[in-house]
Design a protein around this ligand. Structure first.
Ligand SMILES: Nc1ncnc2c1ncn2[C@@H]1O[C@H](COP(=O)(O)OP(=O)(O)OP(=O)(O)O)[C@@H](O)[C@H]1O
Ligand SMILES: [Mg+2]
Length: 248
């Protein structure tokens, strides 16, 4: 369970989160929606202790992580598989070394075991042939798949955190990533996907939170989201049925 208790956060004088509270069980499938700059990435970083709140408490798996030091936070981070929006891979390492990174760092696997594990993970996402490629040689969709496999290589996470996992991808690649996200949670694990793509959120999540101006404007299930009369949410939902442009 992740608990935010009246969490506020600012970058300098810019307040990004204003007294945000919620509880998310590890097995829930949650989408956090919001516009660009509304604090979605910031919220994910707070969950794993990459940022510290100005006030309020953050509890993860029953432990208050608000005042934990870097060493203690490393342990907290092993509970999650995290794929961040940017810088998902190390540019100077090839695909194999990117995925092996966590294994070398945290496990005592031999070179042979690491090779087998990496090939197995890449095989699961149809990318075994890409094992020697550098990140710059991958398409956006391939990059995301490698990043997702890298994030779960070293640990058996309790929950997946995805920052804009499908943003910027064409529909086919977005579909591949959505299926991968679903496959990885077959065992009953949950995820938090942060996105401004309502369509993908609706395919994946059972609970929807909408972040606006530092507050949670909405928190509910699919039916409640679809029926919401909150103007900001209605605007987001037009993505599903966009008005056709007038022909000239
Ligand atoms: N390191 C930083 N230093 C200063 N301001 C920052 C920093 N990171 C983010 N911000 C600001 O904080 C606000 C929230 O940023 P955040 O990245 O959390 O938004 P977001 O909802 O993830 O946006 P997007 O959908 O574009 O990814 C933005 O106004 C952004 O400019
Ligand atoms: Mg972001």
């Amino acid at each position: 369970m992740i608990v935010f208790d009246r969490v506020s956060f600012s970058y300098g004088i810019q307040q990004v989160l204003k007294g945000v509270s919620f509880s998310i069980p590890f097995n829930e499938r949650v989408a956090i929606l919001g516009g660009s700059g509304d604090g979605k990435t910031t919220l994910l970083k707070l969950i794993v202790g990459l940022l510290k709140p100005d006030s309020g408490r953050i509890v993860v798996d029953g432990e208050d992580i608000t005042d934990k030091n870097e060493d203690e936070l490393r342990e907290v981070r092993t509970k999650f598989s995290i794929v961040f929006q940017e810088g998902a891979l190390f540019d100077s390492l090839n695909v194999k070394e990117n995925i092996a990174f966590g294994l070398r760092e945290y496990s005592k696997m031999t070179e042979e075991e690491i090779d087998k594990k990496v090939r197995g993970l890449l095989g699961e996402v149809g990318l075994e042939h890409a094992i020697e490629l550098m990140p710059e040689e991958l398409s956006g969709g391939m990059l995301r798949r490698v990043a997702i496999m890298r994030s779960l290589a070293a640990f058996d996470p309790k929950m997946f955190l995805y920052d804009e996992a499908t943003t910027g991808l064409d529909p086919v690649n977005a579909d591949i990533i959505c299926k991968l996200i679903v496959d990885l949670t077959q065992g009953g694990k949950g995820f938090i996907i942060v996105t401004h793509k309502v369509f993908d959120a609706l395919r994946l999540a059972e609970r929807f939170m909408f972040l606006k101006n530092g507050s949670i404007l909405f928190d509910g299930n699919r039916d409640q989201l679809m029926q919401s009369s909150i103007p900001e949410i209605r605007v987001f939902l037009t993505e599903l049925n966009p008005p056709l442009p007038a022909s000239s």
